[in-house]
Write a protein that binds this ligand. Structure first.
Ligand SMILES: *Cc1c(COP(=O)(O)O)cnc(C)c1O
Length: 359
C-alpha cells in the first residue's frame, strides 16, 4: 500500500474533543484509502492518503446512472485498549455480492481487509473508548468511466472513509414507524439484496411520507402482495413473541428483496446463545396488528450496524395505529442488544469467532 500521511492531521486534543462530541457522520478521520480499478489492469495498489475532496469529470458515470455500492462496518475499542473489527469478512463478501449486482468489479477479500485495517491503524486515535461508541467505517465504490453512454463501467474507484460514532441509543425511547403501502423498497429481481445508493435514493420519499405522518421511520412491505413485512428504513426487523424463557425471537425471512444484514444474522445466533428459539418466517401486517392486539407480540426491534438495536414502539398505517408493550424497549430487546455489544467490545467471550483484532 502506498502511504501519504496527512500533514494537517488533527492533534490529539482537537481530535479527542471531536470524538467526545459524539453524533454520527459529523467529523471524518484524517485519512482515507483510495484504490482504482480498470477493466484492462484490474485492481491497482491501494493508497492511504489525506482525507479530502475528490475531483471528477462532470460526465463521470456515477453522477448520471448511479452505479455505486457501499458497506457499513465498525471498529470497537476493547478493554485492553486494542481495537477490533466485527465480522469484516461478512462485509467483504456482501460488498462483492453488491458489486456483482451493480456490474462493478468484485474486490478480493484480502484487499478489502487490507484497506480497512490500514485506515483503522493509521487513525486509531479516532476510535472512541466507551461501550456503545465506535468508529464507523464506510467503504464504497463508484463507476468512474467518463461518458454518458449507458454501459457497465470500465473504470471504478474504491474509497474508504471513517467517522467516530457516539452511543446514540436512547433506552427511554422507542421509534415510531409508518407502514408504507404506497411505496416499495425492493422487488424480486431488483437490487434489494445489494447495498447500493440507489436503493436509498428511492426510499427517501417514503421516509418523508413517514415524517409527515408523525413517524420516525418507514416500514417496507413486499412489492407483490403488499402484505409481508420486510424491513424498517435501512435496518432489519425482529419480533418477540411470548415472554421469559419461552419467548421466540422472530425475523422476516430473506426472500431476495431484503438486505441480508450482518446484525440480523448475528442476532439469530445471539438469541439462540441466550436460550431463545428463533424463527425466520413470512410475517404479514395482519400478523403484526393481531399479534400486538392479542399481546402475543411482546417486543419489536430493528437492527443494523449503525444503531445496533433500536426498539420499535408504535406502528401506524392506513389501517390504524398499533402500540407494542409500554413504549419502552423490552427486556429481551435490551438483553440481545447488550450481549451483542459485549461481544463487539470484547467484554464477553466471542464464541463464534466474529471479532478480528486490528491493533
Ligand atoms: C445495511 C442495511 C441493513 C443492515 O445491515 P447490517 O449489516 O446489519 O448493518 C438493513 N437493511 C438495509 C436496507 C441496509 O442497507
Amino acid at each position: 500500500m502506498k502511504i501519504t500521511l496527512n500533514p494537517n492531521a488533527k492533534d490529539a486534543p482537537t481530535r479527542d474533543a471531536l470524538v467526545a462530541e459524539g453524533g454520527f457522520g459529523k467529523y471524518y478521520t484524517d485519512h482515507m484509502v483510495v484504490c482504482e480499478w480498470t477493466e484492462k489492469d484490474g485492481w491497482g495498489e491501494p493508497e492511504l492518503q489525506p482525507y479530502g475532496p475528490l475531483s471528477l469529470d462532470p460526465a463521470t458515470a456515477v453522477f448520471h446512472y448511479g452505479q455505486e455500492i457501499f458497506e457499513g462496518m465498525k471498529a470497537y475499542r476493547q478493554p485492553d485498549g486494542s481495537i477490533s473489527l466485527f465480522r469484516p469478512d461478512a462485509n467483504s463478501k456482501r460488498f462483492a455480492n453488491s458489486a456483482k449486482r451493480l456490474a462493478l468489479p468484485e474486490m478480493p477479500e484480502s484487499l478489502f481487509l487490507e484497506t480497512v485495517e490500514a485506515l483503522v491503524k493509521q487513525d486509531a486515535g479516532w476510535v472512541p473508548n466507551k461501550v456503545g461508541e465506535s468508529l464507523y467505517i464506510r467503504p464504497f465504490m463508484i463507476a468512474t468511466e467518463v461518458g454518458l453512454g449507458v454501459r457497465p463501467t470500465n473504470k471504478a474507484t474504491y474509497i474508504l472513509i471513517a467517522t467516530p460514532a457516539g452511543a446514540y441509543f436512547d433506552p427511554s425511547k422507542a421509534v415510531s414507524v409508518w407502514i408504507s403501502t404506497e411505496y416499495v423498497r425492493a422487488v424480486q429481481g431488483g437490487t434489494g439484496e445489494a447495498k447500493c445508493g440507489g436503493n436509498y435514493a428511492a426510499s427517501l420519499v417514503a421516509q418523508k411520507a413517514a415524517a409527515k405522518e408523525g413517524c420516525d421511520q418507514v416500514v417496507w412491505i413486499d412489492a407483490k402482495e403488499r402484505k409481508w413485512v420486510e424491513e424498517m428504513g435501512g435496518m432489519n426487523l425482529y419480533f418477540v413473541k411470548g415472554k421469559g424463557a419461552e419467548a421466540r425471537v422472530i425475523t422476516p425471512k430473506l426472500t431476495g428483496t431484503l438486505l441480508p444484514g450482518i446484525t440480523r444474522d448475528s442476532i439469530l445466533s445471539v438469541a439462540k446463545d441466550l436460550g431463545y428459539k428463533t424463527e425466520e418466517v413470512m410475517l404479514s401486517i395482519d400478523d403484526w396488528r393481531d399479534g400486538v392486539a392479542s399481546g402475543e407480540i411482546t417486543e419489536i426491534f430493528a437492527c443494523g450496524t449503525a444503531a445496533v438495536v433500536s426498539s420499535v414502539g408504535s406502528a401506524k398505517s392506513t389501517m390504524g395505529t398499533w402500540v407494542t408493550g409500554d413504549g419502552q424497549p423490552g427486556v429481551i430487546t435490551m438483553q440481545i442488544r447488550n450481549h451483542l455489544l459485549a461481544i463487539q467490545h470484547g467484554t464477553t467471550p466471542d464464541i463464534h469467532g466474529w471479532v478480528r483484532k486490528v491493533c
